[in-house]
Design a protein around this ligand. Sequence first.
Ligand code: GDP
Ligand code: MG
Length: 299
Amino acid sequence: VPAAPAGYKSGFVGIVGRPNVGKSTLMNQLVGQKIAITSPVSQTTRNRLRGILTTPEAQIIFVDTPGIHKPHHQLGKVLVQNARTAIQSVDVVLFVVDGSVESGGGDRYIVEILSNCKVPVILGMNKLDEQPSDCVLIDRTYEQIVNPEWPVVKFSALTGEGVESLQQLLIEHLEVGPYYYPPDLVTDQPERFIMGELIREQILLLTREEVPHSVAIAIDIVQEEAKITRILATIHVERDSQKGILIGKSGSMLKSIGSAAREQIQKLIEGKVYLELFVKVQPKWRQSRTRLAELGYRV
Ligand code: GDP
Ligand code: MG
């Protein structure tokens, strides 16, 4: 890692918020590349993922946390604990809310957690593109629950509107510091992890509600050849019925997932990909910390 110029700023920004407010979309917008998968299904983000933005003035490392919500099973507990830890180890917390709707219990739960936070908190109101014209009423519901000292910034992670101002505000809150990562890096995760996520994203998009929460992807083989990269991956599910849904009528669902994921992975690695998917039933993997660890989750 090269030495940073004099007066250079750097630091870690934790992105927190309830599921589906657009945290992952924002991180992708900020770093300018799709590193975090997004979807209308909640709990898309499982692992802690860092996004790195390097500008001439500053290096900001974004920590995309799983949405904070009250946990119901072992995976949920691991996710919430990871989010709590993330808050304690950053320089600034960006609390993202869905500015197109009124605040709710999920937001209050997070404000409660943030009330003990020792670092600056910024309230980021996302989905500006969907804010109705009478947004004053919506804004008031957030004013009522947050700390009035927190700076507020509005933006759209989807269109990019206002994201530049957000970036400037974050830099103002950072201290002088080194490059933590090489300036050309956009994420701390290996390519294999992102590949698995891109497969999981297609499952979230293409299958029914009951399947998505029960999948974990293992990238078994990545073999780079002269003109093509061959990838073998296994989709782990909990029940035979889920395996059936994923495979579909004469393999049609798995085929759709595979070809959509292949497109995404081709963009990621900027080359041709051959992708083969397998489905394996692994009962109760969500309940087992050992299995979670084996599948790559930080437990
Ligand atoms: P996360 O759970 O907080 O990480 O949320 P995601 O980034 O996965 O986004 C959840 C959903 O909200 C996705 O369907 C996104 O496309 C959508 N979304 C995110 N940001 C915006 C935005 O600024 N405007 C609109 N209209 N939709 C957004
Ligand atoms: Mg997310």
